[in-house]
Design a binder for this molecule. Structure first.
Ligand code: DAT
Ligand code: MG
Length: 153
């Protein structure tokens, strides 16, 4: 199965509510590999680039306000069909419509403070990763036990 990389953002409400470990932990437990990670405050120009596809929509200004309102945790996850797997784990856009078992369905209920962003297609994943990470900030490494055993002193 094709190994993919996808971008996730724990949005300001996720950081503010102390849900970073809970959210990242779900991806780790699922078996996805974290290959990039940072805590940043997204500024307006960057938010406008990220959400360019929504420019002009009635909710655009509010969306930019929201994503720039506090620190976020941005990660790159790698694994088989990672884009689709992460989207399924995130759940529907509106938390009240998201199924139980999903991040939004388990951890949020109101409005569109929906805790997390995940890339929705291979093209957007590649674009979004390069928006937030340099090539050197996305790491190649092995998580296999053999690696650790052979690497031990
Ligand atoms: P998702 O975050 O599930 O990928 P999206 O890409 O369609 O959803 O929209 C990006 C964000 O914009 C979403 O997380 C919340 C906000 N948003 C989407 N549709 C909206 C609407 N109809 N009214 C207000 N905010 C909306
Ligand atoms: Mg989206």
């Amino acid at each position: 199965m094709a190994t993919e990389r996808t971008l996730i953002i724990v949005k300001p409400d996720g950081v503010q509510r102390g849900l970073v470990a809970e959210i990242l932990g779900r991806f780790e437990r699922r078996g996805l590999k974290l290959v990039g990670l940072k805590l940043v405050r997204i500024d307006r120009p960057l938010a406008e680039r990220h959400y360019a596809v929504h420019a002009g929509k009635f909710f655009y200004d509010e969306l930019v306000e929201y994503i720039t309102s506090g620190p976020v945790v941005i990660g790159v996850l790698e694994g088989p069909k990672a884009i689709e797997v992460v989207r399924a784990m995130i759940g529907k856009t509106r938390p009240n419509e998201a199924a139980s078992g999903t991040i939004r369905g388990d951890l949020a209920v109101e409005g569109l403070r929906n805790l997390i962003h995940g890339s929705d297609a291979p093209e957007t994943a590649a674009e979004e990763i390069s928006l937030y990470f340099s090539e050197a900030e996305v790491l190649d490494y092995s998580r296999s036990s053999e690696h650790w055993i052979t690497g031990a002193p």
